[in-house]
Ligand binder design. Structure first.
Ligand code: SIN
Length: 491
């Protein structure tokens, strides 16, 4: 049943202003940016379009708030985070609806994202209490040596549109748990979820200035204003590798700490002893979660030649059965891409592969009419030199290539400068272990299409980034080490 305008209306109380020092206010310039539904291309809301001036004010608010916030106890911060977690769970349906409206993903996936987002808040509300230091035996008897960990300072968090809630909580919750104050710049395509989450933090008792949100279309101006300032001690970013490389350069002037979750180009390696039913189920999750718009989405399906025909026929049947449409329509499994640029890129990858000899088994076209839809697509006979094999497609394209031996499969999987996630499918325990060890990736899914979870370290090797999010490592990223030598002790 098609979605009506009434179905896609936003609740009237969704915040649309900047949050600075605990106060909601419009951009100084009065400018507003338009947030649209990628499934209809209709405007949803006008949100404050902040400038460098707003960013600097937010930074001063975060820096002022840090003096008091750093001194709060880990238990107090844990209590605020727990209340925030409960508020997110309570608002699960409203947040999921917002995500579907501004991002396009199906409601069932948006609900799963809210749960995923909440899980980071819950995890770090607990892990923040475990920011342990240590004592170190001294060489003499008159000194005591200690190492303690303290919040790194004001944190700038720059988050993407593909997971408008989870990529925020994965950064903001550990920063707050560690005692840092935060400047958040959410993606201008999906700012509504960010603002709704910030309001829930405020309602949970989060102190004024602990979380500041600057929504803006002028990403470079905002980030430059923050990174040029010594008071920002940590920058955490999820997005493309070129922007990550730029942030590495910008961080040099103030020697800011960095966590970078950058692009991927994930191989999905299927060996001849794989359980094909389980493998296809994992393929659907790994490839079609958020329509393939995920850094951990499988991009290159490498399949052992002996099972290639069976894999292609099962994958084609499963992919062509996916129901495409507005994410609020019941039963929809695949929404639109985020915007015209995203759609153009995906279509150009399909066209390039077909021009270079790939075969189209299913899909391959944009849908007519409004919305940035691309049919779920299966390509076979894919090979080196095609864009689908070399770049992150970020769309609903299953690109299948063959290999003969285990060594060749692993070598093809590793033939990428990216190293975020890789997937391998086999029923042999020794092959699973061998392959997992050989893959040059930060995350390996073994017979598993969705490895991401709050308690495990998420992050990439090579061009895919620096640092880890989630797990205890995710808290470490916001703590500085301090060594204390205590001398003059008698006895
Ligand atoms: C991402 O695509 O950046 C994150 C995906 C995840 O956390 O699983």
């Amino acid at each position: 049943m098609p979605i009506s305008a009434a179905d896609t209306a936003l609740p009237r109380d969704v915040p649309t202003d900047l949050l600075i020092g605990g106060r909601w206010r419009p951009a100084k310039s009065g400018q507003r940016l338009t947030v649209s539904d990628p499934a209809t291309e209709q405007a949803l809301a006008q949100v404050a379009d902040g400038s460098a001036e707003d960013a600097k004010e937010a930074l001063s608010a975060a820096a002022r708030a840090f003096f008091a916030f750093r001194k709060t106890s880990a238990y107090q911060r844990s209590a605020w985070l727990r209340t925030w977690f409960e508020a997110i769970r309570r608002e699960r349906h409203n947040l999921a609806r917002l995500i579907t409206l501004e991002n396009g993903k199906p409601l069932t996936e948006a609900l799963a994202e809210v749960d995923y987002a909440a899980s980071f808040v819950e995890w770090f509300s607990e892990e923040g209490k475990r920011a342990y230091g240590r004592t170190i035996p001294a060489t003499g008897t008159s000194r005591r040596l200690l190492a303690i960990r303290q919040p790194v300072g004001v944190v700038a968090a720059i988050t993407p549109w593909n997971f408008p809630a989870a990529m925020i909580t994965r950064k903001v919750a550990p920063a707050l748990a560690a005692g840092c104050t935060v400047l958040l710049k959410p993606a201008s395509l999906t700012p509504l979820t960010a603002l709704a989450l910030a309001r829930l933090w405020q309602e949970a008792g989060g102190p004024d200035g602990s979380l500041n949100v600057v929504t803006s279309t002028k990403a470079a101006a905002i980030v430059d204003a923050w990174m040029a300032d010594f008071r920002v001690r940590k920058v955490t970013f999820t997005g493309s590798t070129p922007i990550g490389q730029d942030l590495i350069k910008k961080s040099a002037a103030q020697v800011q700490r960095l966590s970078l979750e950058l692009g991927g180009q994930a191989p999905f390696v299927v060996f001849d002893d794989a359980d094909l039913e389980r493998t296809i189920a994992a393929l659907l999750v790994s490839k079609f979660r958020n329509g393939g718009q995920s850094c951990v989405a499988s991009n290159r399906m490498l399949v052992q030649r002996t099972i290639l025909p069976a894999f292609i026929s099962r994958a084609t049947a499963a992919v062509s059965a996916l129901r495409i449409g507005h994410g609020l329509e019941p039963g929809v499994e695949l929404g639109p891409l985020i915007d015209q640029a995203g759609r153009t890129k995906v279509l150009s990858h399909i066209k390039d592969a077909l021009a270079k000899g790939a075969q189209l088994k299913s899909g391959g076209q944009a849908l007519e009419g409004a919305g940035f839809f691309v049919q779920p697509t299966v390509l076979t006979d894919v090979g080196p030199g095609m864009l689908v094999m070399e770049e992150e497609t970020f769309g609903p394209v299953v690109a299948i290539s063959a290999f003969d031996t285990e060594e060749e499969g692993v070598a093809l999987a590793n033939a990428s400068p990216f190293g975020l996630a890789a997937y391998a499918f086999t029923e042999s325990a020794s092959r699973a272990w061998r392959v997992a060890e050989a893959l040059e990736y930060g995350i390996v899914g073994l017979n598993e299409g969705l490895p991401s979870t709050a308690q495990a370290p998420f992050g990439g090797w090579k061009l895919s980034g620096i640092g880890r999010e989630g797990a205890s490592e995710g808290l470490d990223a916001f703590l500085e080490e301090k060594y204390i030598a205590w001398g003059g002790i008698d006895g």
